[in-house]
Structure formats: structure tokens, C-alpha cells
Design a protein around this ligand. Sequence first.
Ligand SMILES: *[C@@H]1O[C@H](CO)[C@@H](O)[C@H](O)[C@H]1NC(C)=O
Ligand SMILES: *[C@@H]1O[C@H](CO)[C@@H](O)[C@H](O)[C@H]1NC(C)=O
Ligand SMILES: *[C@@H]1O[C@H](CO)[C@@H](O)[C@H](O)[C@H]1NC(C)=O
Ligand SMILES: *[C@@H]1O[C@H](CO)[C@@H](O)[C@H](O)[C@H]1NC(C)=O
Ligand SMILES: *[C@@H]1O[C@H](CO)[C@@H](O)[C@H](O)[C@H]1NC(C)=O
Ligand SMILES: *[C@@H]1O[C@H](CO)[C@@H](O)[C@H](O)[C@H]1NC(C)=O
Length: 541
Amino acid sequence: MNPFSLFFYLSILVAFVDGKSISHDWTVSFSQRAPLALNKQVIVINDQFPGPLLNATTNDVLNINIHNNLTEPFLMTWNGLQMRRNSWQDGVQETNCPILPGQNWTYSFQVKDQIGSFFYFPSLLVQKAAGGYGPIRVNNREVIPIPFLKPDGDIDVLIGDWYDADHRDLRAALDDGAGLGKPNGILINGLGPNQTIFEFEPGATYRLRISNVGLKTSLNFRIQDHLMLLVETEGSYTVQQSYTSLDIHVGQSYSVLVTAKNQSGGRSYYMVASSRLTDAELFGVGVIRYPDSVDLPSGPLPLGPELHDYFFSIEQARSIRWNLTAGAARPNPQGSYHYGTIDVSRTIVLQNGEIDINRHLYTVNGVSFVHSGIPLKMADYFRLDASNTGIVPDRPIDSGIWTLGTSVINANYREFYHLVFENPSPSLQTWHLDGYNFFVVGMDFGTSSWEEDMKATYNLNDAVSRSTVEVYPFGWTAVMVMLDNQGLWNLRSQDVEKWYLGQELYLRVRSIGEEDPSTIPVRDEVPIPENAILCGRITGG
Ligand SMILES: *[C@@H]1O[C@H](CO)[C@@H](O)[C@H](O)[C@H]1NC(C)=O
Ligand SMILES: *[C@@H]1O[C@H](CO)[C@@H](O)[C@H](O)[C@H]1NC(C)=O
Ligand SMILES: *[C@@H]1O[C@H](CO)[C@@H](O)[C@H](O)[C@H]1NC(C)=O
Ligand SMILES: *[C@@H]1O[C@H](CO)[C@@H](O)[C@H](O)[C@H]1NC(C)=O
Ligand SMILES: *[C@@H]1O[C@H](CO)[C@@H](O)[C@H](O)[C@H]1NC(C)=O
Ligand SMILES: *[C@@H]1O[C@H](CO)[C@@H](O)[C@H](O)[C@H]1NC(C)=O
């Protein structure tokens, strides 16, 4: 062991003392279920769909031993958890070799300096279409107050589109260039319309932790005759504002406070998650019951915004602000970090595109992502040549020119990046960065080509900090991010169709002084796990 890794190993041990250790044994299996009308093979965890709640407190160490009882390779990723300096645990194709059928592997990481609501899901082979997802809560430490009265209960609400087709058939459709087509419905906590029941006590206040765990459909979430007070967005406390309905795009998570009525009249209420900005309107419906409620609520479902009202959606997104005086994972207020005053080190404009060769593929700045055969993180570590590695250009290239490659952006630790996502297509895009939250400083639609002078519209004061952001059709979204987390981090479209067919890349964040991109950025990272699964050409150090 070299002195550097010994130092970091010790500092990690010290840091670990401050949280508790939580261990889980999860078996991931196929099980016949019919969330909608049709039976299909659903991925269950310990026989549950959705999977069990991962409930932690800031700085806890999680050890999750995953037994793969599927007939396919498997990786779990932790959407929104930052895995500080530990991309070895991120569970995506270029950071980990898969857990093969019949094998198990223990993810081990700390939820350092984080709070909030997130979810986990299988990252390989379109398996998310079969489920395998579940909720994550990272609670405040006792010594750090939450910026609202302690709710009477927390309720996880996972909403998402659902396809009756087997995930292997959906995968084959993508491989054949056919696309996923339209979903068959919307699930709430793994169940179809009117099947999910939530029990409210009169007068109680609940924190609903809502995530869109679907494949591609944006959803509008609302509750009949109940307002929602928005308090948190993927680990940042927001300025608390009331909404009658909330647009939640694929991969996004929100916490809202909902106060139950002080009623004894026996009414129950609809909870609705309906598709947005799509051709067909689909409805996920849950039921909120009170102690003496009758079976089903009455009246029409509560109305959401008009199906294609983009204006509503973007105005709402812009209204969500960071609460500068709230403390989150640490005692100091969130806004003590003035992102708006930091000089930008580099601006990267990433434009999504599509190409038709012998099949339909999706690109970012002309590069459609392909797996290099061995995880890039492993190739870096073992100094193997990952032959397809391609550097993504910092600006879009002329349409019509494209390549296939294992796309990487080489970045220096502690630099401050300005990323602009351009979406010149008619479908909504959502982008997610593992290992980080970014400040969403601006977004617009009407023109997908971002210009320098659009910086004048940026929110450099209280923009919300999150890990998944939408980009409207024919629009752009700008984010700023402090690269304070070394590792190899996945930047992906959360739309599984676009992700699977090439819209992702990796940010390789290494310490200054390690200029050679092929140098292992291991110095300041958590060491490679002793139990790391090896695959392909890697035979061990
Ligand atoms: C493994 O999966 C099979 C179905 O594919 C199931 O019958 C069995 O109970 C699972 N084993 C465990 C330990 O969950
Ligand atoms: C989650 O963890 C917190 C902190 O340890 C605990 O207070 C709470 O009861 C747990 N919730 C569940 C549902 O396990
Ligand atoms: C596999 O599971 C067993 C216990 O079920 C555990 O002892 C072992 O460490 C696990 N292997 C890995 C690589 O996590
Ligand atoms: C922001 O957080 C502070 C501190 O916790 C809290 O008192 C205040 O109500 C919050 N402000 C808004 C507008 O949500
Ligand atoms: C759920 O309830 C609503 C209102 O009663 C009804 O319109 C709808 O058909 C129900 N859905 C199903 C699948 O039963
Ligand atoms: C709820 O309503 C009952 C009956 O009207 C009343 O006695 C009670 O004080 C109310 N509770 C709250 C918390 O408002």
C-alpha cells in the first residue's frame, strides 16, 4: 500500500466513525406479476416490487449484498447518491463489472454529507422496464434541524410509466431500431389504477417523497383537494411553496408536505400521476383513505395542466428555488456557498442528436456511446487500452457527422464547469450526472441553440441544486457544477430509450497534476474494493 492510499484509507475509517453501519442482504429475482392487466416477469428484491426502502442518515455506511438470482448480468445504481470519491460503487456499465447470474457482490459506500430523497434501479439491459427499483431516504442527523416541522410520517411514492411487454422484448425492439413505443399505463408504488392505498390520520402532516422511476414519460403529480408544499429537490431544501400539481420528469425526486384534512365525513381522495407532453394521456391513480373512508373516492379525477402545456412546466421549473438559509447535511446554511461568484473554468455545450445507420441511434455532440468491452474505470486502473475511447468535443459538431465511441470528458478536480444541454428534438430530454448535484441556472425553449448572451438570464443567486434536469423540446438548459468529487462519473439521458442507444458519456474527474488521461486518478479516490469483480481482459493487479 502506498503512503497516499494509506492516508486516504485511514481518513475514510475516521470519517466512517461518524455514521452508523447499515447492512442489507438483497436477492434479486424474476417473479410473475401483473401490475396492470397482463402478467410479466417482474424484477423483485427479496420478493418485493418495488424493492425495499433504503433508509439511512447522513454519513451512514451502507453495505448492500446483492445476490443475482436472475438469468442475466446485473448492476444496481443509486440515483442521486454521490458516492464521494468512490465511483467504484456507482453500479453502471463503465464503473463496475456486472454481477453474473448466481453470484453476489456487496456494494459498500458512505452517504457522506448528503440528505434527501432518491431511488435505486438496475442499470443494465433495459432491466428497469421490469422493475428492480426502490426508494432511498437519507435523513438529517439529529444535530441538524430540518427546515420545517417534523412530519408525522414519511411516505415513499414511486411513479412511473409501465410496459406490459417483457424487458427482453423491449430490449430487442431497441436493438432492432423499433423504439419502445407507448407505455401501457402508469404505476404508483408498483400497482395499477386504484390499487395503491395510502392511510391518512386526520390533521397529520406527511412528507411524500416522490420519484419518477419510469422509462421515458414525464408525469404530473397531484392529490384531489390537497395542496402540496414543496420542500426538497434531490437533496436540496427548497424555498417552501405550495403547488396544486407538480411535473416530475424521469429520474427526478421531490419531497412535498401534505396536511391531512381534519375530517370525519368518510371521504377518500385520488392521488394522480398522469402522463405529460406525450401523445396519449395515461393515468396512474392511488387512493388516500381516512379512518372511516368509503372504498373509492368520488367525483372526477383532479385536473392537471393541459397535456401539451410546456409553458406551465417550464414556469413551474423556474419557480423552484434553493432555500439559502436552510442547513442540509452540515450545520452551515446551503447558501453560504456562493456558486454565482465563482469563475467558470470551462463551458461545454452538449447537443443531443439522432442518426439512422442500419438502426436508430442517439448521439451527444456527434458521438453515440458504445461499451468498450471492459469497464473504463477498470481499464484506467489496470492501465489497459480501452480501444474505443473517444473524447467528446466541447461544442456540437455539424449535423450528419457522427462516430461510435466510449465517450469521455477529461476534467480537473476543483474546476467549476458550466454545462449547457441543447435539445433540438421534439421530445423532452432529461440529463443526470452521477456523483454530483449541479445548479440549474437557466432553461428556455423556442430556440435550441444557446448563445453567450443567454447568460444574462441566469439565476446566479438561488438556483436549485439537483442531479437530474429536464431540457424542453427545441430548448436548452444550463447548469453549473463544482467538480469536487474525483472519479469516473456517468452523465446520461434518463430516458432509457435514448440512454440505451447511445446518449451518455463519462466525466473523468482527476486531480491536477495527473494530466495524462490514461493515468489512474486513484491518488485521491477511495481504493478499488478488495472484492471488485473482474471481467474481460482484466485478470487482476
Ligand atoms: C430465485 O428465483 C427463482 C425464480 O426465478 C425463485 O423461484 C426463487 O425463489 C429465487 N430464490 C430466492 C432466494 O429468492
Ligand atoms: C429510518 O431511519 C431513521 C433514522 O435512523 C429512523 O428514525 C426511522 O424510524 C427509520 N424509518 C424506517 C421506516 O425504517
Ligand atoms: C457473498 O455473500 C456472502 C454471504 O452471503 C458474503 O460472505 C460474501 O462476502 C459475499 N461476496 C461478495 C463478493 O460480496
Ligand atoms: C428556509 O429555511 C429556513 C431555515 O430552516 C426556514 O426557517 C424558512 O422557513 C425557509 N424559508 C422558506 C421560504 O421556505
Ligand atoms: C379508478 O377509479 C376511477 C374513478 O372511480 C375510475 O374512473 C377508473 O375507471 C378506475 N380505474 C380502474 C382501473 O378501476
Ligand atoms: C378537528 O375537528 C374536531 C371536530 O370538529 C375538533 O374538535 C378538533 O379540535 C379539530 N382538530 C384540529 C387539529 O383542528
